[in-house]
Design a protein around this ligand. Structure first.
Ligand code: FE2
Ligand code: FE2
Length: 260
């Protein structure tokens, strides 16, 4: 919320002020006070947060949201990975296409799962360092081969391996320009990945990745249910309610606006 935002929308307001005012108006319709975390503001280019007291003053008689965000699709009491696919991941086409291509190419179930989950951080959480975030999210529930391969694809995708059928992606030239050079931490990670016993799996994520951007292809999530069932240890309490080292990450995606 910008400092100039008011709840009254007028024609002299800038587009962004109008959006802020509309957002504030919508907040008033809710039964609880839903707040933006600092990180959401950082991604809007602002280092800012609103204090609790000031916020409550704007919404007299209401308490802060301490659970599900009423604006988001509801999640079942014991959510599964598929529930996150359906209700929290903003776009799954790329992941489904990568997984389907891995099946078509005859790869193992672990490789298929790695391809299916390689960008869950991008579609459900954050772009920056998505390979690391995604790997941590799933590490307690999958074979090390799957999570390590996802972690390393962060670096590998910037380096060609023609022998394995992976040239430097033309798309990256288009996205980042001809001059883009991976940062030193990525180069270091790449060197470590080359020596990893999971190098090949990680490289296969890259191989099945770049070709998986067909906006018209339709792949059904259901076809992966068995592979997920056999290779992803779904916690009986529900993903996010278990006590694994990454359960809080899933809970945060489920309840992103819990006040504390
Ligand atoms: Fe990726
Ligand atoms: Fe990808």
């Amino acid at each position: 919320m910008g400092p100039q935002a008011t709840s009254k929308i007028t024609s002299e307001m800038t587009l962004s002020d109008r959006a802020d005012a509309l957002e504030e108006h919508m907040m008033h319709e809710l039964d609880t006070i839903v707040t933006k975390s600092v990180f959401a503001n950082l991604t809007d280019g602002e280092v800012a947060m609103e204090g609790g007291a000031a916020l409550q003053k704007k919404h007299p008689g209401k308490f802060f949201n301490m659970g599900a965000d009423p604006r988001l699709p509801p999640m079942p009491d014991k959510p599964t990975l598929l529930d996150y696919f359906k209700n929290r991941f903003a776009s799954t086409n790329h992941l489904l296409q990568s997984g389907a291509l891995a099946i078509k190419n005859g790869h193992s179930e672990k490789v298929v799962l790695a391809c299916l989950l390689h960008d869950i951080a991008v579609v459900g959480f954050i772009r920056c360092d998505h390979g690391y975030w995604g790997a941590q999210m799933i590490a307690p529930y999958v074979d090390e081969e799957v999570s390590e391969a996802i972690r390393m694809h962060q670096a590998l995708r910037f380096f060609p391996d023609e022998a394995m059928g992976y040239p430097y992606p033309e798309l990256y030239r288009q996205y980042f320009g001809d001059d883009y050079k991976p940062e030193p931490y990525i180069v270091e990670e790449y060197k470590r990945a080359r020596d990893s016993k999971y190098y090949e799996t990680s490289r296969l994520i890259c191989v099945n990745d770049v070709y998986a951007f067909d906006p018209n292809a339709k792949v059904d999530l259901d076809q992966f249910e068995d592979i997920i069932g056999r290779n992803f240890r779904q916690p009986k309490e529900g993903l996010g309610w278990d006590h694994s080292p990454s359960a809080h990450m899933w809970r945060t995606i489920m309840w992103p606006t819990r006040f504390l």
